[in-house]
Ligand binder design. Structure first.
Ligand code: ARG
Length: 574
């Protein structure tokens, strides 16, 4: 199916204005806000200066010219200085429905990514620290981009760049030796680690010698001392087992868990190269790359005591990824607080003369907080993602039971709706915005929410079941006469919207913005509900019935697939 850009070019070629390129005309063409006016519109005031005529006169002339040539339009109209184009609706509907029937969930796929590998660094949690609601965005944005890349033919590589190295592990060992034990860790998991870690910081205020002990223990980890390693591994295992459960609920997998520690032996050659390229400056004993010229603070790579840093590891990781995956793009889905870090990182790689610095992209996002402000870590009141999911599932269960007492498998549906509502919410807005989470908002069945879309999809599926499925549609294609019955405002709007699924996914990728797809599935659900209110489907007269069912099927396919892409499951019944 042609996408919007191709259609714009097709129109521009037919319009042909002397002295204005087709590309330029195509760039003026827009989608009218109300599609009863047409599918595309050319605002002629953009041409008034070149042609020295009024926009309406230009529109009239261009209309005559277009209609004098063979064209794919069912109507061309000049209204208020706009030239409006309507494509043949029956043909568009026929194309859409036959394609969806043929491809099923493969509808909307693309191949523009063929042969292109995209590394996505996302979630990237820290060991021995809670998986709190702050990690939600990175996790769900990264996973959504991953699925969308796959759908458009790319080869994504999902990387969980674990925060599994640093002096905090020395502190944890000291804390563990003083106040911790294996039973607590067995029982409470990461929570037990967080508790003793917090205690370490409290006690270190009055007993600064604890910091020296911590440094000594971290040194023992670095030296591979067996006891230090046993504890280090224990902390890592426990954390991964716990976050693994959350990832399972979210349906998320990673191709690599190579975290910071993985790069321990990979920094030296890069530091040597930086030295030989004269990019290193020594400042108070520390090795830095001076970035003053670009208005940035220096990138600190080796401290005076010889310790490497977060940035050193990221530098090694960037080179490792280039060498291992030969990426087309390498994304970092990380909060905007790290804007400077990534700007510095990319600049250093540019200064090293690597042209692929241009292919590295920081995909930043805003903060998620809870309505009552409980997000604040300073008060020690961290909100655990697992608890948020549990509470959302519990509330979803209550609502579902109220709505449908007889629902089979209500527990599984509650899990799908509850978890789905949290994910959907995190992907509803432009990612850079700070957002405030509330259970009532994300679970509002009439709002712009997962349950609203899930419910609409379940309704479509129940209609299809009542209609006896789509076998007859697959056997006998819809006739021209049947397709014509979809004409009218609601049907046409739905056809136009559903036809744009694939390009919507591509657009989301171009902007690294999964919310484009979230907004889109809301629009499809709304549009279908309008259609459903205005038209009979099952009980429609025979000649309308099949077209209505085919359209319902297309809605179901696009909703289910759209939800899948953003990481939300679609229960068959609700
Ligand atoms: N672990 C880091 C944090 O929680 C995020 C790491 C992001 N990835 C990276 N390659 N720097 O802040």
């Amino acid at each position: 199916m042609q996408n919007t850009d191709e259609k714009k070019m097709q129109i521009a070629a037919l319009v042909a204005v002397d002295g204005v390129s087709e590309e330029e005309i195509a760039s003026y063409i827009m989608l009218p806000p109300d599609n009863s006016l047409g599918d595309y519109a050319l605002p002629c005031f953009r041409l008034a200066k070149t042609l020295r005529k009024s926009p309406q006169a230009i529109a009239e002339e261009l209309k005559a010219a277009v209609l004098s040539r063979p064209n794919p339009f069912s109507a061309v109209e000049a209204v208020n200085g706009y030239l409006n184009f309507k494509f043949d609706r029956t043909a568009s509907a026929g194309k859409l429905l036959s394609e969806v029937l043929e491809k099923g969930s493969g509808y909307g796929s693309g191949d523009e990514g063929e042969g292109k590998t995209v590394c996505i660094d996302y979630s990237s949690i820290n060991i021995a620290k809670p998986f709190h609601i702050g990690h939600l965005s990175s996790t769900v944005i990264g996973a959504a981009l991953y699925r969308m890349y796959l759908k458009r033919g790319y080869k994504p590589v999902g990387i969980n760049h674990l925060g599994d190295w640093g002096t905090q592990f020395g502190k944890l060992i000291v804390a563990y030796k003083k106040w911790g034990n294996d039973e607590d860790i067995e029982r409470e998991g990461v929570l037990a680690l967080t508790k003793i870690y917090v205690r370490f910081h409290e006690e270190a205020e009055t007993h600064p010698e604890l910091e020296d002990e911590a440094r000594a223990w971290f040194k023992r980890i670095e030296d591979g001392d067996p006891e230090a390693m046993r504890l280090y591994k224990l902390f890592k295992e426990k954390t991964l087992a716990e976050v693994g459960k959350v990832y399972d609920r979210l349906g998320i997998k990673f191709d690599s868990y190579n975290g910071e520690a993985f790069y321990n032996d990979k920094m030296a050659p890069i530091l040597e190269r930086l030295e030989s390229q004269n990019l290193i400056t020594v400042s108070d004993g520390a090795k830095i790359v001076d970035l003053k010229e670009w208005g940035m603070s220096p990138c600190l790579l080796v401290k005076a005591d010889g310790a490497t840093l977060y940035a050193t590891r990221d530098l090694a990781a960037a080179f490792y990824r280039k060498k291992t995956y030969d990426f087309y793009k390498s994304l970092y889905v990380v909060a905007y607080q790290q804007n400077l870090h990534f700007k510095q990182l990319f600049k250093v790689i540019e200064l090293m003369g690597e042209s692929w610095y241009k292919d590295m992209v920081h995909v930043p996002f805003g903060m998620v907080s809870l309505e009552d402000g409980t997000m604040s870590t300073r008060k020690g009141k961290v909100v655990w993602l697992k608890d948020v999911l549990d509470r959302a599932v519990e509330k979803a269960g209550e609502i579902i039971r109220e709505k449908n007492e007889k629902l089979a498998d209500a527990a599984s549906v509650a899990e799908q709706v509850g978890v789905g509502s949290v994910v959907f919410f995190a992907l509803s807005n432009n990612r850079i915005k700070d957002i405030v989470f509330s259970y009532d908002k994300v679970l509002n069945f009439d709002g712009e929410t997962a349950p609203y879309v899930q419910y609409t999809n379940a309704r479509a599926q129940s209609l299809l079941k009542k209609a006896g499925g789509i076998a007859s549609l697959k056997e006998t294609p819809l006739s021209e006469e049947e397709l014509k019955t979809l004409e009218g405002r609601e049907g046409e709007e739905l056809v136009a919207l559903l036809s744009r699924f694939g390009e919507t996914v591509a657009d989301a990728l171009a902007k690294y913005e999964p919310s484009v797809v979230t907004r889109y599935v809301i629009d499809v659900a709304r549009s279908f509900n309008r259609y459903y209110l205005a038209h009979r489907i099952i009980n429609a007269p025979e000649k309308e019935r099949r077209a209505g069912i085919a359209l319902t099927y297309a809605v179901h396919v696009v909703l289910e697939e759209g939800l899948r892409l953003i990481g939300v499951r679609a229960p068959e019944e609700m």
